[in-house]
Ligand binder design. Structure first.
Ligand SMILES: [Zn+2]
Length: 447
């Protein structure tokens, strides 16, 4: 009898083991189970402990003109979540600084502004390191015209701008196109002047060969100064579709316009298409990843069609550039599904910057769920932290982006676990890829 009982027990245990094994290998279900909230809570706790590698930010004090090679045109419309009355910004200031008020009325905001001004006046690098520490951000790429003395180069790595090389000629027609270009192009001219000064180039070189040498040398020198990637904001100025014009044609255009005269739209475009390819080629030679703004953009005249990342397909899939790592910033938003399929190519990556604070975490969760389900080794977290005004700074947007991404990726993974796609252990591995490891690997840093 006792033997029988023991056998029954054994049988039950065996059945249980079998049931667990079957569950673990069952087909994924389209709906999460009742354990969703518990899985989410467990995952989020672990995910909060993962140090972040931020693929794209504008870490800066608000009055630093080196923060970007661009500026916002005056009439831009702002998405709902980024408007000044978003209560999440108050939550950010409370979490980061213990901000004692519940709004940003000028007499209250002064408390925050004074704190930040004092940090800026101190002139040390400890302030921005401490901001990263508060959000468990380990490393952060900083898009800037030049790296700032107040950013610790161990934590903040420089991404420099290269669009200015596309605008060396008389830009009157470009500037006259619309109000946005009237703001953007003079700033590009300034950056080009700065690069020319840096390289001791007085006036544009006499021929195209000289100009190409100047372009290539500037990239090499910026890399030596600490640049880890180069960035195109070209989608703000023109289409991301770049043709492949013959050099002779471009040589003639350069010869005609380098010393003056306004090129036709077509000639300027042909010149830019060629110089773009010089930049990409040099990036490959220097092993410098190439970042593109590829998404919606600010301004009143931004063209969604021109900024659609599918325009880059001929470049991304060109075997001549198979050694160039392309990083398509901002997830191509709103074309996020097109974007993840572009990353099917081995040297193409994307990140969740900008869209991570354009949409709320529930929507970011949906996008990340789709991305993770397709090419989880090609996606990276990025904050696009940026100062909105003297009170709400890059600090608060770092917080908003980091909190949103940690909760959204935890939710996306919790759903997939609860639906039976994979285990919690696998989910944490995927979270680490997104928040840290993919970027660390791309920029050549050990885990
Ligand atoms: Zn940005």
């Amino acid at each position: 009898m006792r033997k029988m009982k023991r056998l029954l027990h054994l049988g039950a245990a065996l059945l249980m083991t079998l049931a667990v094994a079957v569950m673990a290998h069952a087909q994924a279900r389209p709906l999460p189970g009742a354990d969703l909230q518990r899985v989410y809570d467990r995952l989020l706790k672990q995910i909060d402990g993962i140090p972040i590698y931020d693929n794209h930010s504008h870490a800066t004090f608000p009055d630093d003109s080196d923060m970007d090679a661009m500026a916002s045109p005056p009439e831009e419309s702002t998405v709902m979540r980024l408007r000044e009355d978003n209560p999440e910004f108050v939550a950010a200031a409370k979490a980061l600084f213990g901000y004692p008020y519940d709004d940003f009325k000028p007499e209250h905001a002064k408390w925050l502004i004074d704190k930040k001004k004092a940090a800026e006046a101190s002139g040390t690098t400890t302030y921005w390191d401490s901001i990263l520490d508060k959000m468990n951000i380990e490393t952060c790429l900083a898009n800037r015209v030049a790296l700032a003395p107040y950013l610790d180069p161990k934590r903040f790595h420089w991404v420099f701008f290269v669009d200015s090389f596309l605008f060396p000629f008389d830009n009157h027609n470009q500037i006259a196109k619309n109000g946005d270009m009237g703001v953007y192009i003079p700033l590009q001219e300034k950056v080009l002047q700065r690069y020319m000064k840096q390289e001791s180039v007085n006036g544009l070189p006499a021929d195209l060969g000289g100009y190409e040498a100047f372009v290539r040398q500037t990239l090499a020198d910026n890399q030596k100064k600490g640049g880890v990637a180069m960035k195109f904001e070209a989608a703000y100025f023109r289409t991301l579709f770049f043709r492949d014009p013959p050099r002779e044609k471009v040589e003639a255009i350069y010869a005609q316009f380098h010393a003056g005269g306004v090129p036709s739209e077509q000639d300027y475009r042909t010149f830019q298409d060629y110089v773009f390819r010089v930049l990409i080629d040099q990036a490959g030679k220097l092993h410098l990843p190439v970042h593109f703004h590829s998404a919606v953009g600010i301004g009143d005249y931004f063209s969604l069609r021109n900024g659609n990342p599918l325009n880059l397909e001929n470049v991304l899939r060109d075997p001549r550039y198979s050694k160039v790592n392309f990083v398509l910033i901002h997830g191509g938003y709103p074309y996020t599904l097109d974007m993840i399929w572009l990353t099917a190519r081995k040297n193409v990556y994307t990140d969740s910057s900008l869209m991570g604070y354009y949409v709320y975490p529930s929507e970011l969760k949906n996008i990340l769920k789709q991305w993770i389900s397709l090419f989880p080794e090609k996606i990276m977290f990025a904050s696009d932290a940026f100062p909105f005004n003297d009170a709400v700074g890059a600090e608060e947007t770092f917080w908003l982006a980091a909190r949103s991404a940690r909760t959204a990726v935890a939710a996306a993974l919790a759903e997939l676990v609860s639906e039976g796609a994979f285990t919690e252990e696998k989910a944490l591995e995927l979270a680490r890829l997104y928040l840290h490891d993919n970027a660390a690997k791309l920029y050549g840093e050990k885990k």
